[in-house]
Design a protein around this ligand. Structure first.
Ligand SMILES: CC(C)(COP(=O)(O)OP(=O)(O)OC[C@H]1O[C@@H](n2cnc3c(N)ncnc32)[C@H](O)[C@@H]1OP(=O)(O)O)[C@@H](O)C(=O)NCCC(=O)NCCS
Length: 169
């Protein structure tokens, strides 16, 4: 698959909400996309995206110019659960691809691009991933290491992972 990777901007918010829906596995729980927007544990990932410090990418399928996925990072509100494990200045990654594109390389491309761009402004990136999600292996390949194990918003186990970013010279 050939993808074009471009920066995510404020006008991509509706696509980011769609991708958050998959990233938070809301499709599996039969929840509506609308319920993400009002969920205090989910809304901070997307609401008002485009503020200073927000950084994201969109993968576009070069064959048909449609959006294949998104990956983005932002620092989260004060008191956010992740801050028990990482400094509040470390942004959190959210990522998903449209189901038809799973396992076809967009995730790897987006994370690599995002880590490259983020290195100029952040010392590290953190994320939370369910223990059952095969994405954990992808994150490990990209340099993330598990730093904690938590009970997630639906009562299952998730891992908190962190990757240090190499500052560009
Ligand atoms: C996680 C995700 C963004 C990865 O993007 P991707 O484009 O599928 O990943 P790539 O094709 O670049 O890399 C494939 C690797 O991703 C991992 N992976 C994660 N989820 C996978 C899935 N459902 N199917 C296959 N591989 C998956 C595997 O480690 C795989 O490596 P392998 O081929 O050696 O087994 C994507 O699978 C996705 O959107 N999943 C559903 C939403 C989600 O779980 N988001 C992350 C929440 S923390």
């Amino acid at each position: 698959m050939t993808y074009e990777i471009r920066p995510a901007v404020a006008s991509d918010q509706s696509f980011l909400w769609q991708m958050l829906y998959y990233a938070a596995h809301m499709d599996e729980g039969g929840e509506s996309l609308e319920s993400a927007r009002v969920n205090p544990m989910l809304a901070p990932y997307v609401e008002g995206y485009g503020r200073p410090g927000d950084l994201g990418v969109i993968a576009i399928d070069a064959a048909n110019s449609t959006n294949a996925g998104a990956a983005w990072i932002r620092t989260m509100p004060a008191g956010w659960p992740l801050h028990r494990f990482v400094d509040a200045a470390i942004p959190e990654l959210a990522i998903a691809v449209v189901p038809a594109y799973v396992g076809r390389g967009a995730g790897t491309r987006m994370i690599a691009r995002l880590m490259d761009s983020a290195a100029a402004i952040y010392p590290a990136i953190a994320l939370s991933v369910r223990s059952t999600n095969p994405a954990k292996a992808l994150y490990e390949r990209m340099g993330f290491a598990t730093i904690a194990e938590i009970t997630n918003r639906v009562g299952g186990t998730s891992f908190i992972m962190r990757a240090a970013l190499a500052r560009p010279r």
